[in-house]
Design a protein around this ligand. Sequence first.
Ligand SMILES: *Cc1c(COP(=O)(O)O)cnc(C)c1O
Length: 401
Amino acid sequence: MSAKDYIELEQTYGAHNYHPLPVVISKAEGVWVWDADGKRYIDMLSSYSAINQGHLHPRIVRAAVDQLDRVSLTSRAFSNDRMGPFLKKLCEVSGMEMALPMNTGAEAVETAIKLARRWGHQRKGIPEDMGDIIVCENNFHGRTSTIISFSSDAGSRSGFGPYTPGFVTIPYDDAAAFESSIGENTMAILVEPIQGEAGINVPSPGYLKELRRICDEKDILLILDEIQTGFARTGKMFAFEHEGIKPDVLCVGKALGGGLYPVSAVVSSRELLSVFTPGSHGSTFGGNPLASAIASAALDVLLDENLAERSAEMGAYFVTKLNEIDSRKMKEIRAKGLLIGVEFHLGEGETVRPVCQKLMEEGVLAKDTHEKTVRFAPPLTITKEEIDWAMERIARVLKGS
Ligand SMILES: *Cc1c(COP(=O)(O)O)cnc(C)c1O
């Protein structure tokens, strides 16, 4: 079958809830992927930062294969010999006390919302049918009906009502707006340290620190969604480390599964996670032995290969090289580590999709984030030579656009 046939099958039998670039990937290794015809591309998306360790990292694959010789799924009706060691490692890596494992990022966010609400009712005495969680404009926290209820993106939200109440939206990167939005029933603020899907919006220095101070003062939970920014993507293990703070509740996912398996978690304190009691929350697949073995190896790779440092170093190199490209269409580069957004000057109704299409033809797989920004977020294992390879092609496309 040709690439065209595979795309046609997808179009015929798959719901059209995505608009992929017309490339059919059939093989991958490290930062590289190959299409069905054997053409090689460099992966500059890393599945939205779920592949920080590179495609099919041998150590993570080994852990998965070894575990498949033992046991894959137990459910939480029984304990297994993989989950405890994995959660201990996750807590050590994040500097937290306790974790609750789930599968997808959206489930981690849902778990954090439930935690905040229970804490608000039980510990702050907010009446059961009240309580607000503050969120930011242009947020992206996932796709469940509750999460899209507080999205400001019409594409994600419209037509899916009635919406879940209990959320108050404020502008991003505006700590004063947060402070003045707090009422007696405010439970928490849920925020991304950098808004990935909104176009790599990097807030002003000190923003998270301010949020931390206000939360401490007003006894409100600081919930950070590091599903995209976590696990070394921004040049630190977690983006909150850039500001020397710690959240009360941390949502992680994506790269926790090492690109092999969906693994997410809420990581927090013993006190806060104790709002969950047997029967109050759960997941059939959450914390299963296969997931735990894979996630443990995924964390080991991040640590042993110093991927946070690499991300900082390679990110700086990438941005330097981007800045050397003389392109009138480039408007702004926003970056932290290897989370890099290039915003373009575009006319009314124009998007960067044609740029992504050209990049693809050159062998560079990148995707638009929001209409005007191309995201470059390669696996953190990328080398200077690989960046140079990509940059030669990126330069060709940007000069021509
Ligand atoms: C991807 C993402 C999610 C949702 O994760 P899924 O695994 O797709 O459910 C939530 N928050 C942020 C910041 C993300 O980037």
